[in-house]
Each structure stands twice: as C-alpha cells, then as structure tokens.
Design a protein around this ligand. Structure first.
Ligand code: BGC
Length: 760
C-alpha cells in the first residue's frame, strides 16, 4: 500500500510532469504506481516515451552510465565493475580515475578462489556483501560475475571465472547472483559466451560442437539466468558462427531469450558492438563502451555515434525499422529500472564495513587450497615426511619469507577488475605480525623482480616495488638468508601484469615467470624446509614439486589476503579449498593444447581467427581421464590438516525411472585430531552410451564441517538431468536407459565409494 504522504508526493509529481490536468490529478500514473504489476507500469511508461527518449535509454551516456528518463522521473543507470569489488569511479568520458574520496572498497577474493570454496553459502555471502558496497556507491548494475569455462591455463582472465566444471560454476554462480540482487543491484553475468581466452578476443571466432556448447560452456550461464534470475547479461567480445556475440542471433535471440526465457537486459561488453543492423535484430538491448570508429574513438561525447543511437534513430525515421525491436529493448531496460533504480524498498548500502572484511576473510580462508603437505623425493622414490604445515611458531623460530608476491598488492592491475582498496593486507606483514606475537624472527628477501609497476588506471600501490639490485644479488641474498632459516615461505606465482593473470592477453608460458624456478632450486640446495605459496588464478608448471614439501594455492584473495594466508599457514584455520580446475603437469596435457587448437588459425584477410574447440566436451578432467594422463593435482583436490574417511556408499534405490530421483548416502568421519571441512563430491559414469561420454562427470557435492572423531551422513540427490547428455540430432538433452555408476570421494582422483544403478 502506498502511504498518504507518499501518494501526495507522487500526485504532485504527476502535476509537474503534466500528464494530468490539475483538477484530475488524484491518481498516481500507472508507471509510478507501485501497487500495479511491473509489466503494466512498463507498458505505461513506454507509451509515454518519445523516440528520442527510447533511443537514449538503450545506449551509454558516459563510460559507465546510461540515461534514465528525466521527464518521467527515471534516474540514470550506473553500472560498474565487477566482479571482485566495486571499481573506483573513472571520469565521465575517460578511463582515468575520477579521484573520488569515497570509492575505496573492500576487495573480495577473485572468483577462482570463491569457486575453490565449493561452498554455495560463501557465494551468497559474497553477492550480498558486494551488493551492499555497490549500493553505497550508487551502482545499480555490477558487471559480473564471470563464468567462462577454464579451458586453457594460459587464459588471461581465468582468475575472474569459476573454473573448468559446468556444475561447480553453476552451483556457485546462482547464490552470487541471488545475493547481489537481493540488495536491489543487478548482476550482469559475463562474458556470454565462449570467451575462454583473451588473446585476440575481438577477432576469435569459436567453432564448437553443439554438444560441447550445451554441456560445457553454457550451463553456468543458464543456471545464472533460469535459477539465479539474473537481471542482466554481458555479451562477449568474440564471435560464434561468424557473428559477434554482443549481437549473435543464436546465442541471444534463440538460446538466451527464447529457450531460457531471459527477461533481462543484454549489455554489450565495452566496445563489443559493431553493427547497427545486427544490434537491432540480434538481441542486444543496451550498448556500452563502443569505440565507434577512428573518427570517434577517444573523442569525448561520441555517444550519439553509437550503433544504437543516431544511426538507429535514422533507420527508424527512414522506415527501415518499425519501433517493434526498439520497444522490446526499452521494455527490458525499463524492467531493469524497476528492479534497481526505481525500487524503493532497497536496503541501505555501506562501504568497507567490518562485516564485509569478515566476509572477504572467510571466503579467502575457505578457498585457499593445500595442494601438498609432506611428501618429498628421496633416492629411489618418494617418501612421506612429517607434514611441514601448519607452521608451529613456538618451535620454528627463524622464518624467512621470500618472493615479490609477499609484498605486492594484487588488487591493483589485471584489467577491468582492478580496484582501489581501503586496505590490502600483504602476506609479509601478516606473517611478521604473527611471528612477533610468538617472538619468532621473520626476515625477508625479495629473491627476484617480477614487475615494478606502481599503479594501474591512476590507483597507486601502497608499497614501492622499486628495486635497484641485480637478479644475482637478489638471489644471493635469499640463499644466504635461507641457510639460516628454520623454514622458508616462498610467495611466488603470477601477478596482474599483461601476459600474466590479466585481461586482454593470455600468458605466454606455462612455467613460472621471472626465474622463480631457478631461485627455488637455489633455495632448495641450502634448505629443504620450503613452503611454496602460489599466488595466481591459473595453474603453473612445477618442475621442482617432488623436492618441495609443502605447496599452497593462494589465489588473488583481496583485502584480507595476507591475513587469510597466514591463518592457514600457521594453522588457525584448517584449509578446506578444493581445486576448481585440473592442474596439468605440462601444457600439452590439456586438451586444447594437445590438439593444437590454441590460439587458432587466422583467415586470409587477417580479420578473424578461427579457434576450433576440437577437444569437444573433453575439457579439464574430462580430457585427462580420457587420455589417462595424470595431472599434477586433480580437479577437486585439496588437503586438510586433518584426515577424513568415507564409508560405504548406499542409495535409496537401485533402479530409477526417468522422472525419479536417486539419493546417495555416504558417511564421512573426521579421523584426525583437528576440526575441519571436507567436500564430498559425486561423479557419475555412464557405463554404455550411444555417444562417446566422459569417464565421469561431477553431478553433486556438499561441504561438511566435522569435529575430530565426528561422523556424519552426507546425502546427495540427483535426477535424470545428471544422467543426460546433449543430443545433437534432436537438439535436446537425453538420458539413455542403462547402467550408471556413482563415484563418491574427496577429489576427482580419489573416489573410493562406488554404487552401480540403472535408469529404466
Ligand atoms: C571487460 C568487461 C568489463 C568492461 C567494463 C571490458 O573490457 O571485458 O569485463 O566489464 O570492460 O570495464
């Protein structure tokens, strides 16, 4: 119900905007009347809008905003990156920082880390916290989350995505979207679709089978839309079937809007719209970031030259189009307004609250993956040694921290996800703080220089990375100090510079950059007690792995990075992250590279590069399973400071019909001495099918927390969907009767509990 006072304000507004005469203005116009269904309000608003107003709301007016309809009281729509925190404001027309004093945010862990929690509740917390930060900053659309599949470890933007598995990414994206939108802030899920690597992202034409498209690359987008109810989606830069994805008739009109019933707004990636006719007819609703051509690129106020601006208006005036397509786009934009800017019951936003730091910390701690703890090579084979982690500072008194990534801010750089944070706790600072608490000594040696970039888009890093010493001097210093240390903690990996984990390009090598392998070997020669913490969003080669007793995957984890890492290394937190992708030994162990599909083949005119996904559905563990290749670390792998035992797998039935579900039960016991979490993973193997199917596929999972000695029964339910494949002949999902096997365990390569059942 609308209150009396409020009604008076609205009626006043009606008079002002002149839609009723003074005498008649007792009722609220439908488009403003909150008691009326939104669809009715949309139609009413649409009917009142002029052609100019309609054209205005479907393209940008600044780098990150598009206009509302001032005359009717619709405010401007402000978008912002995304996906790990709310990006600082840039100038109206430039990428340069606006220099605001109220836009320092909390950086949440990068989405690879979120996926590594395997905990949908963390995704919900992430979305809600980010939504609150966005509200404070008056942003109505957050450009994220990203759910492109991790297809090659060279992918420059993998850190912004949720790994290689469609089910894991689906289960994690839904609560992120719902959490964000529960605050009245739209998620703009990106980059739809097939933007699986960055090099030549504007020219890549992806050639992929329908089966791989539907089984691997689309499910997370579909879940975000059909289950998460995403209000916006961003078209990707690349092409599919020779059409740019920001105006791709199959992806947008057919699959997204028709098949999935998407009622939100398709927003072009910044500069991803190339053609008025295609944009009009192929499903784009809101154009952003276009560099129209040489004439307007970089020029200010070029927005009239957007493909969906003057050119479109002109085409309508000349009768080349009716307003049918335009009205449909405007309807969607108005719907977005009602969901966001026009939504009055939005909660208040707040920035940098303790609750947001706490959320960032918890997500980071749950996502850190303990890859290895306590096995080293010995002459004649491997041998177990006592686990090196967690570090007991009451016993280990001389700690040496080595590596640039211990002192480098990772929230700055990497492209559009770069942030301006209120604080970022660096690993070295957090470790030093703990050492001083325990009266342990902590020294530091940089060891190598990666890059010394001090700022990104005008945001300057907090600690200078300037270094005058030579590589030789740095290495010698580290080696000398390592001789004296009880333990060496090496913070290495990648960073957010170009050709590392960064937008716009891919990595050029699988190996660690900046001579880190050589440095590690030199350190190992004088000290065997090395913990290697890898900071990255991607897997890297680890030729020294057999010699290093403890390895931790530390991701890019935002504001609380150092604190989260220190708490895991020192054992305040028991690690429970699991890899969201396969960690290959060699690049050639990845299907895309084994089949030489990357980066593709340039056409003769050098305008388009065709990248054929020859590996089909065999991405990640689906490929290594098929090829019987052992990865360095399997998908779903992640250790703990405690141990877990799985009991026998049972099910509530042995046969099921097409519309029935089957529930599996397995007991999990914490057999160690510490409380900890385990993620129970269920994979399904189709024993015999009319098409070639992966050896097994993840179909359900659940994370459980157990006290020492505690046992719990974990139940995992699946239905026919989990048994289906995408049938290219009928263009539909199909589950074939026959025998299936359920495999349950703690990683894709550790599935001790098995159960055979039949689909009738
Ligand atoms: C990126 C998007 C981003 C947009 C706006 C583009 O270059 O691909 O992910 O949201 O810029 O910053």
């Amino acid at each position: 119900m609308i209150s009396k006072t409020y009604r008076r304000i609205l009626v006043g507004c009606t008079i002002l905007i002149g839609h009723s005469s003074l005498g008649e203005a007792q009722s609220v116009p439908v488009y403003l009347d909150e008691s009326k269904p939104v669809e009715q309000r949309i139609e009413d608003a649409l009917a009142r809008m002029t052609l100019d107003e309609k054209i205005a709301v479907i393209h940008a007016q600044s780098k990150f905003s598009s206009p509302g309809v001032k005359r009717l009281g619709f405010p401007d729509l402000w978008t912002d990156d995304g996906p790990h925190g709310v990006r600082p404001d840039v100038l109206w027309d430039e990428w340069v920082q606006a220099g605001q004093t109220n836009d320092s945010c909390v950086a949440f862990p990068a989405l690879t880390c979120l996926a590594a929690t395997w905990n949908p509740q963390m995704a919900r917390l992430y979305g809600e916290s980010l939504g609150e930060e966005a509200l404070y900053r008056k942003k109505s659309v957050i450009l994220g989350p990203g759910v492109n599949i991790y297809r090659t470890p060279l992918g420059g933007r993998n850190f912004e995505y949720m790994g290689e598995d469609p089910l894991l990414a689906s289960r994690m994206v839904v609560p992120y979207v719902q959490g964000l939108q529960s605050k009245g802030v739209a998620a703009c899920v990106k980059h739809y679709a097939l933007n699986n690597d960055e090099e030549y992202r504007h020219q890549v034409n992806v050639v992929v089978s329908d089966r791989a498209l539907h089984e691997i690359y689309l499910p997370a987008f579909k879940a975000a839309v059909t289950e998460g109810g995403a209000w916006a989606i961003m078209g990707a830069y690349n092409l599919y079937r020779n059409q740019h994805n920001c105006h791709n008739s199959i992806l947008l009109n057919k699959i997204l809007k028709q098949d999935w019933g998407f009622d939100g707004v398709v927003i072009s990636d910044w500069g991803g719209c190339h053609d008025t006719d295609e944009a009009v007819t192929n499903g784009l609703d809101l154009e952003f970031g276009t560099w129209t051509d040489g004439l307007t690129m970089g020029r200010t106020n070029a927005y009239d030259s957007y493909h969906l601006a003057e050119a479109y208006k002109q085409a309508i005036r000349e009768g080349r189009y009716t307003t049918k397509e335009l009205d449909e786009k405007v309807r969607r934009v108005l719907r977005l307004f009602y969901r966001t800017t026009m939504r009055r019951e939005k909660p208040f936003g707040f920035l940098c609250s303790e609750s947001h730091y706490d959320a960032a910390l918890r997500i980071a701690q749950e996502g850190i993956v303990l890859l290895k703890n306590g096995r080293v090579a010995k002459a004649g084979g491997k041998r177990e040694t006592a686990p090196l982690l967690p570090l007991d500072l009451s016993k280990k008194k001389r700690i040496l921290v080595v590596g640039e990534n211990a002192i480098k801010m990772m929230t700055v750089g990497g492209g559009s996800s770069s942030l301006k944070v209120q604080r970022e706790i660096l690993p070295l600072d957090a470790i030093q703080a703990r050492c001083s608490k325990f009266k342990a000594q902590c020294s530091y040696a940089r060891g190598y220089v990666g890059d010394t970039i001090q700022s990104y888009d005008g945001v300057t890093v907090g600690r200078s990375l300037y270094e005058a010493r030579s590589a030789e001097e740095l290495r010698t210093e580290a080696v000398v100090k390592a001789k004296e240390a009880d333990v060496v903690i090496f913070f290495g990996g990648l960073n957010k510079s170009d050709y590392q984990d960064s937008e716009g390009h891919d990595r050029r090598q699988y190996g660690l950059p900046y001579g880190q392998d050589e440095l590690l070997e030199a350190l190992l020669a004088v000290n065997k007690h090395i913990v290697y913490v890898n900071i990255s969003g991607n897997a890297v080669a680890m030729p020294w792995l057999n010699k290093v007793p403890a390895v931790v995957q530390g991701w890019f984890i935002g504001s609380e990075a150092g604190e989260a890492l220190a708490s895991v290394l020192m054992g305040d937190v028991n690690p429970s992250g699991k890899l969201p992708f396969t960690w290959y030994q060699r690049l050639e162990d990845c299907g895309a590279h084994a089949l030489n599909t990357y980066p593709g083949t340039w056409r003769d005119d050098h305008q388009v590069i065709d990248e054929t996904y020859k590996e089909g559905v065999y991405v990640g563990y689906r490929w290594t399973d098929k090829q019987k290749v052992r990865p360095l670390f399997a998908f779903g792998h992640g250790l703990s400071y405690t141990t877990f035992k799985f009991g026998k797998l049972t099910a509530d039935r042995q046969r099921l019909t097409a519309d029935e579900q089957i529930t599996f039960t397995v007991s999990v016991t914490n057999t160690g001495r510490r409380a900890g979490s385990e993620t129970v993973q269920l994979y399904i193997a189709d024993k015999k099918a009319s098409v070639d199917r992966p050896v097994k596929e993840l179909k359900a999972f659940q994370k459980v927390f157990l006290q020492p000695g505690e046992t719990t029964d974990v139940k995992l339910t699946i239905g026919r969907d989990a048994l289906s494949f995408y049938d290219e002949d009928t263009q539909a999902w199909k589950a074939e009767p026959g025998e299936f096997e359920a495999l349950v365990g703690s990683a894709s390569d550790r599935l001790p509990a098995k159960y055979i059942f039949r689909l009738e």
